[in-house]
Design a protein around this ligand. Structure first.
Ligand SMILES: C[S@@+](CC[C@H](N)C(=O)[O-])C[C@H]1O[C@@H](n2cnc3c(N)ncnc32)[C@H](O)[C@@H]1O
Length: 281
């Protein structure tokens, strides 16, 4: 079932909201750019394991934000990384970081464009790895068009890697996560005006209007399968990156939030890899 029509200003509202948050994120402990400059990897252990060796590969990061994951792939030996984001300040920050780390544009480049315009915007027709997620799909009204766009940028023999917050978490009550409070199949845009950002909840912000969409797991998988990509795996994870529910907790030294051990677990994130057959098949 298609989503309901989006409010006309969805793109401009979301872009203004993100543009304003970029300097806050650049200065934040959450992104800790100083540690990143000193060599800290932004990629999680399971991303590294699931994406695999990137040595000599080209990587396109869609909705790359400050470019940290793309630049982490460059540091891990990717031959070329390209990041795309519709927020100009985000792309400027990513370019500055790339230059500071000594990556020239042939090795790490960043383009300002809407993800739906990625085919025309990125420098090459296809990439060994198209990587995206962690708060990316919720900003997109049309998951079928997203899947077609992302899949068309995967080189023969390459793959798309997606890691996202599990859509089941959109349906549970915000505090305890013990009962279904919202419609899992909701197709209406979510409009929110909460100030601040996940990197600093108390930050005073002006551009707070944002438009988001839920994408049930089946709609994402079906959209990707329809492009001809082959789903290699779909992993569901019992942990997440932030305190999505009041009942989640994080143990000392562990980067992830989980339910307490006496609580039944549900998936909080998922990740998948979907590959394109080699050209000679
Ligand atoms: C939550 S951030 C992604 C975070 C990223 N995974 C990270 O770890 O830094 C979402 C990004 O999507 C970008 N974005 C949102 N809608 C977009 C669109 N339609 N086209 C391109 N980028 C978009 C925003 O500018 C923002 O940088």
């Amino acid at each position: 079932m298609p989503n309901r029509p989006a409010p006309q200003d969805w793109r401009e509202a979301n872009r203004a909201m993100w543009d304003e948050r970029v300097p806050l994120h650049v200065a934040s402990d959450f992104y800790d750019l100083d540690a990143f400059r000193r060599g800290k990897d932004s990629l999680s252990d399971f991303h590294i394991a699931e994406v695999g060796d990137v040595t000599g590969k080209s990587v396109l990061h869609l909705q790359c934000h400050l470019g940290l994951d793309a630049l982490s792939f460059a540091r891990r030996g990717a031959s070329q990384v390209v990041g795309l984001d519709f927020s100009e300040p985000a792309v400027d920050a990513a370019r500055d970081l790339a230059a500071e780390l000594g990556f020239g544009p042939d090795r790490a480049s960043f383009v300002t464009a809407d993800v739906y315009d990625a085919v025309e915007a990125v420098p090459d027709a296809s990439y060994d790895i198209v990587y995206t997620g962690i708060g990316a799909l919720c900003w997109l009204p049309d998951i079928v068009l997203w899947a077609e766009t992302a899949a068309s940028l995967v080189a023969p023999g390459g793959f798309l890697y997606l890691c996202e917050f599990h859509p089941l978490t959109d349906a549970l009550d915000d505090e305890s996560a013990t009962h279904i409070a919202y419609d899992y199949f909701n197709r209406e845009p979510w409009i929110d005006e909460t100030p601040g950002t996940y990197a600093d909840f108390s930050a005073p912000t002006i551009n707070n209007r944002r438009v988001e969409w839920q994408h049930p797991l089946g709609s994402v998988i079906t959209a990707l399968a329809a492009t001809g990509l082959r789903i290699e795996f779909l992993h569901e994870h019992d942990m997440t990156y932030f305190q999505r529910f009041g009942s989640l907790e994080r143990q000392e030294g562990n980067p992830y939030y989980r339910f307490p051990p006496d609580r039944p677990r549900i998936p909080l994130m998922y990740s998948l890899r979907a590959s394109k057959p080699p050209a000679d098949r």
